[in-house]
Design a protein around this ligand. Sequence first.
Ligand SMILES: O=C[C@H](O)[C@H](O)[C@H](O)COP(=O)(O)O
Length: 224
Amino acid sequence: MSQDDLKRATARAAIDHIAPKLEADSIIGVGTGSTANFFIDYLAEIKGRFDGTVASSDASAERLKSHGIPVYDLNSVDGIQVYVDGADEANPALELIKGGGAALTREKIVAACADEFLCIADESKWVSVLGHFPLPVEVIPMARSLVARELVKLGGDPIYRQGVTTDNGNVILDVYGLQITEPEALEAAINNLTGVVTNGIFARRPADILLLGTASGVKTFTAE
Ligand SMILES: O=C[C@H](O)[C@H](O)[C@H](O)COP(=O)(O)O
């Protein structure tokens, strides 16, 4: 089975998970990335069984609209029933690293609004300790060097992601070399640096459920 097959399987499982709970006024939060894209394509098969979506990126909004699925501004909806998104890493507490596609800030905002956060990922994303994947940090452009120096003091090796501007007009530093043994503390410490918009650790708001695509089928995890 290819990695894409595993992503498709977990995206399909997400549809099976949410479909029975949908109502005519349901709003679904939709994430960003290749796994989320498979989810969007399957979501099109059940459009009309929910009201619409809130997207975590311009790219996902465009893909949703291309399928004729309504996309709302977050400020115009009362709540989000479920948020479905991929991840770059997930640990047994369902804490995540996200932002490989530079969408981390809007993803974190939509996740924070959601009653349930359903993470969909292939088994390559499963780790015991977060940090092998370089941690994305969204930074106000003029603060890039300042924040990079502070990240070095925290033990990381930040690399500027050349040529990438986020949907919010900011830049990304990818931080290598972190062994994230205390995700919630590091998430808070990095977010507290002047010039940081947010970082890709999702520990304050971890996933509620992880659907992990494996060679032996999709496995369901809840936080330990
Ligand atoms: O910014 C991007 C998001 O955090 C993605 O959810 C994450 O990078 C996983 O993407 P993919 O499903 O393509 O592996």
